[in-house]
Write a new protein. Structure first.
Length: 185
């Protein structure tokens, strides 16, 4: 087995399974090693963001979730099912990110609608994220998928820098232009 081009963790939010399968297949075809995590409860996301359940070798963390108003849509559980200290809200927001995340030098792509909100991006950057890519509006699912695939195609196959790959992927159409890129200082 040859050395992977990139190490990627794909975090699959509720009702995001099908596009995640397609995305994983594409990324592996390009030569990335992809570890997939399904989020069935809020603690699953907390464990990945905190590093409790995440590989040490990681270039990109893709958060494939539905988003609303700059917040991640979370699964709702019965009150008696939640673990002690587990977030119980319908949404996972910037305050949760600051509270639970330890993402030293990890690059994050949040591929859900409105997850490119500046305050959410700043929360990720304050937790050590090297760069953060996300949408500042509501996007068509096919366009969203195409942005991520094109971004990694350019990074891996054409050896583009992150900025170059971002510019190419964002320039495909009006929908993909909704992606924003934030970087740590």
């Amino acid at each position: 087995m040859s050395k992977p081009e990139l190490y990627i963790s794909l975090i699959v939010g509720p009702n995001c399974e099908w596009d995640s399968y397609a995305l994983r297949s594409s990324l592996e075809y390009f030569g990335a090693r992809v570890n997939t995590y399904a989020v069935g409860r809020p603690q699953d996301l907390v464990d990945v963001l905190s590093g409790k359940d995440r590989e040490d070798k990681l270039d990109y963390l893709i958060l494939n979730f539905h988003g609303d108003e700059g917040r991640f849509c979370m699964p709702l559980l019965g009150e008696d099912v939640y673990e002690v200290g587990e977030p119980r809200e319908e949404f996972f927001d910037e305050q949760h990110v600051r509270r639970y995340s330890k993402l030293d030098n990890v690059r994050v792509i949040a591929s859900g609608c409105t997850l490119g909100n500046e305050s959410l991006a700043k929360a990720f950057l304050s937790c050590g994220t090297r760069s953060y890519l996300g949408l500042d509006d509501y996007i068509d699912g096919n366009s969203n998928f195409m942005f991520v695939v094109r971004f990694f195609y350019e990074r891996i196959t054409n050896r583009k820098t992150e900025q170059q790959a971002f510019e190419i992927a964002a320039s495909m159409d009006e929908e993909t232009a909704m992606y924003k890129r934030y970087c740590s200082s």
